[in-house]
Design a protein around this ligand. Sequence first.
Ligand SMILES: Cc1cc2nc3c(=O)[nH]c(=O)nc-3n(C[C@H](O)[C@H](O)[C@H](O)COP(=O)(O)O)c2cc1C
Length: 255
Amino acid sequence: MIKNTWCIYFSPSGTTKKTVNQIAAGIQKEWQECDLLAQREPMPELGPDDLLIAGAPVFAGRIPSPCAERLRGVRGDKTPAIIAAVYGNRDYDDALLELQELLEGQGFRVIAAAAAIAQHSIFPDVAAGRPDEEDLRQLQNFAGKCAKLLESLPQPGRPSVKGHAPYRAPAPVPLKPSADRSCTRCGACAKICPTGAIDPRYPQETDKERCISCTACIAACPQHARAFRGPAYKIAKAGFVKKFSARKEPEFFLL
Ligand SMILES: Cc1cc2nc3c(=O)[nH]c(=O)nc-3n(C[C@H](O)[C@H](O)[C@H](O)COP(=O)(O)O)c2cc1C
């Protein structure tokens, strides 16, 4: 019998949250949320009778570094965990394995894993509108299997997910969002930015060294002033859409 279910996610453009919540809704009626983008301290400690459902977006084939850093503050005690790596229809490379191994190191027992597809947050024409109805149906079906598995724990073993260690080196993304003249300097972008790349006094400027292009600032801007812009973006977008538009399906791994 599970005492408390926790949904913990890092979700700059909202699709990882949606994915994690869909899994949770197929298992429990209620759960607690920990949004790693907003919440910095204190991180929850989970016990053996709790359940963790953790989600991370895939950035350059890896978990975004602020997400990994913040997850290292979450502790389990042989706590069962279901994990999801959410990616924009290119590939998830080593991100799911990285998430699994990170949480195992934090005291969690990963019993099931999903590599789910979502609209690409830099190139939204790719996998536009996903997770869609079919994705949500598949996630619900996966959640049903997880619920059954939770009834029959403990069981030996761990799900064998795709990925290789050492993980691929995270390639920096050269495209950075900027603000146009509709910026009112409200500071919402600076407040949400996980790397401190936006100075609240000059929110129209972005520190390109610090920015990880996560898109949290784009999603948070009430004026829709922030976006990826410029000729380099347009060229990259055309190439990316051409190469990665063929629909991929989610993958699921269970004990
Ligand atoms: C900086 C950055 C790097 C990304 N790298 C990848 C990638 O390697 N493979 C992929 O398929 N999608 C990639 N994506 C797309 C995201 O994984 C995808 O849009 C995800 O749904 C974003 O999650 P969120 O909505 O919770 O922010 C990347 C997105 C960003 C912002």
